[in-house]
Design a protein around this ligand. Structure first.
Ligand SMILES: *Cc1c(COP(=O)(O)O)cnc(C)c1O
Length: 434
């Protein structure tokens, strides 16, 4: 490991050692948590910059503190690059992460305890789409929908029926655990039929959309939210894109003088947050700059090629996948028929240095604390430089572990060494010198 933080090392060797320890762990294991990635050195440097020292409550040219001329340039650059990446009318880059971005959306389009249509967590949705233990399920009423337990696919006729029967004020399309393309045009038709706001949550896949490898929801949705640290490869943060005008202004906000873009901005600040993290906003601008480069298209395409190939290799060896495959970076391995659980399997994988997570799969009968599935993604491995032939190696490790279950400890221990050795040929940005 290179020594990268000379001041920290000198002043606080305890934290320095822990950072190095985690870096060494990540560099010798396979980061296959589908929501994780490796940010570039440039993103890390901007995140760690002195911009962290500035208070900038408000928005560019409308700040509550003096001395923000340069900060305005940073934030405007970030906004303009983001709008360029997605072809969006309006962008807010201040949400501190994905969940705060989603909470701002509620504040901007929901008046009281209305109905919100979203996927429950056990069906692949996010906590903030109306799940009961989250503010979104406590303050609003979730109208649930989800993929078919048989096929694992969304059924748009069923979604339309539910929407027409329940008439939600807002519909979330987007997921944390759904490996297939989402048909935003269909969702838009349904939302229009029931006068609902349509919000796409592209937290996982925004980088794949930015790289042109998946279709964009921007033309079809009132609002789009995302994190920036998943396939977008930026710092931990979030953003909101929206149309300027509210198509339901007359119906839902007849007396308001604020259009949709203004309500989103006001919901973020002063509605929910104080000072924005301008160091992180600078790092987001760096990531959006990277996403505008031609290489990012290659990255996004390769992520999906890798996921598809990994899936095919696993299916060939008799491992079931929810929906049978993937259109994205994500695979949902389906162990419903096995004696062992998703948790058993993710533990065995982790012991082998393959870091993923146990996850509910469509039709799962096991409890959320154990599940029958494992979710994995190829975003970080692709950032390391892995290609299809590397996926064959990864698949063969996974298969060996599955074959050894329920007690894979000896096999996992052996594979752990092989994984660490294999990782040495790749350069991990932020962990190893480039
Ligand atoms: C990751 C994720 C979020 C939330 O992101 P945090 O940054 O963890 O708050 C929101 N929605 C979806 C669909 C996600 O996958």
């Amino acid at each position: 490991m290179p020594e990268r933080y000379p001041h920290l090392k000198e002043q606080d060797p305890e934290i320095y050692a822990l950072i190095q320890k985690q870096a060494a762990y990540e560099a010798s294991t396979l980061k296959m948590i589908a929501s994780e990635n490796y940010a570039s050195y440039s993103v890390l440097e901007a995140t760690g910059s002195s911009l962290t020292n500035k208070y900038a409550e408000g928005y560019p040219a409308a700040r509550y503190y003096e001395g923000n001329e340069v900060i305005d340039e940073v934030e405007n650059l970030c906004i303009n690059r983001l709008k360029q990446v997605f072809g969006a009318e309006h962008a807010n880059v201040q949400p501190l992460s994905g969940s705060p971005a989603n909470s701002a959306v509620y504040r901007a389009v929901m008046a009281g305890a209305e109905k919100v249509m979203g996927m429950p967590v056990n069906l692949g949705g996010h906590l903030t789409h109306g799940w009961k233990v989250n503010f979104s399920g406590m303050d609003y009423t979730q109208v649930p929908f989800g993929p078919s337990p048989e096929t694992g696919l969304l059924d748009y006729d069923q979604i339309r029926e539910i929407a027409k029967a329940e008439r939600p004020r807002m519909i979330w399309c987007g997921a944390t655990a759904y490996p297939r393309r989402i048909d935003y045009e269909k969702f838009a038709e349904i939302a229009a039929e029931v006068d609902a706001y349509l919000v796409a949550d592209i937290a996982h896949i925004s980088g794949l959309i930015a790289g042109g490898a998946l279709p964009s929801p921007v033309p079809y949705c009132d609002i789009v939210t995302s994190t920036t640290h998943k396939m977008m490869r930026g710092p931990r943060s979030g953003f909101i894109l929206c149309k300027e005008a509210d198509r339901y202004q007359e119906k839902y906000y007849p007396t308001s003088k604020f259009n949709l873009a203004k309500r989103i901005d006001r919901a973020v600040f002063p509605g929910l947050q104080g000072g924005p993290h301008e160091n992180v906003i600078a790092a987001m601008a760096v990531a959006f700059g990277e996403a505008l480069k031609p290489e990012f298209k290659d990255y996004a395409a390769q992520v999906i090629k890798n996921a598809r190939h990994l899936g095919e290799c696993l299916v060939k060896e008799g491992i079931n996948l929810a929906t049978g495959g993937t259109d994205t970076h994500m695979l949902l391995l389906d162990f419903r028929k096995e004696e062992f659980t998703g948790k058993d399997m993710s533990d065995a994988l982790a012991k082998a240095g393959i870091i993923a997570n146990f996850n509910m799969v469509p039709g799962d009968q096991r409890k959320p604390a154990v599940t029958s599935g494992v979710r994995m993604g190829t975003g970080a491995l692709t950032t390391m430089g892995m290609k299809e032939k590397d996926m064959e190696q990864v698949a063969s490790w996974i298969v060996r572990i599955v074959r050894a279950m329920p007690d894979a400890s000896a096999v996992s221990a052996q594979i752990r060494g092989e994984v660490a050795e294999y990782c040495k040929q790749f350069k991990v940005p932020g962990l190893w010198e480039e």
